[in-house]
Design a protein around this ligand. Sequence first.
Ligand code: T6T
Length: 329
Amino acid sequence: MERRSLLKAAAALPLITTVSMAGQAVAQDKKFTIALIPGLTTDAFYITMRKGAEAAAKAVGADLVFQGAPDFNPVTQVPVLDAVIAKKPDAILIAPTDKDQLIQPLKKAADAGIPVITVDTFIGSGVYQTGAGDADFPLAYIASDNVLGGEMAARALSTAVGGKGKVYVSNVKPGISTTDQREEGFKKELAANHPGIEVLETQYNENDANKAASQLQAVFARNYDLVGVFGANLFSALGAANGVQQAGQSGKIRVVAFDAPTSIVDNINTGLVDVAIAQHPAEIGYFGVMSAYAHLTGNSIPTAIGTGFTVIDKGNVADPNVAKYIYSD
Ligand code: T6T
């Protein structure tokens, strides 16, 4: 039988389909509902993650529910999580907004028999299914390597400032696994290999770009020899870059940005931002859903999946193979 007619024959079968992977065959007669709870709903990073998750859900015939809070905060995320648990989805993918504060709320999902996979951020140590600690119950962690991302940012900023001078990290708040790890990698790399660079105290902006912009100007007012800033996530970087511009220091205080919203293109072209480290959030969403689906259909899944980065600068920002990693709004 030709492939086309085989497909037609398959389409005529009753709703019960057979999924066969890794030598197993599992009868599947239901449409799975997979919930994705982002760090916050209005962030281009999570909007892009949702697109990848939807593509995977479509491919496997699952329903994706995207439900989140308007800000990056455990106080608003936990009620969303509780509401999702009450609806009993087949699996929950979540970007926990705090390493510790989401452990108990997520335990409720696991205790209710709902498989939990964390995407982007993690709880506890981020090493799951080991039997150690009280936060190893999620099945998998799917994310960028954020320590490595911080190291990459350090190398890029050091190059931009010629290996010497004062810099600081504009960060969200302590307790978020991703941004903590980026700062850790950034400082580790500078301390190890860039002795001419002095790192000033980190400024925490609570994910508020306006606050990050004011902080840039305040740090500059105290340090007229400031040469660079690392914005450790989208809002930190956007705000720090705006602060540099408002201070009339574009191209003098160099900016390395984590994340790649659409506005980054202009900021790179004008020279306000030297380098943006784009994560691959669509990939995170895609593999999140695929992992949940594989688990739900009886397959074992990796406890960790690392996704990539694309480093964007003036030299490659116009290349379609690079520009495709700019986030969707
Ligand atoms: O940088 C991403 C994400 O990886 C981080 O956990 C929180 O901030 C972003 O969503 C960007 O705003």
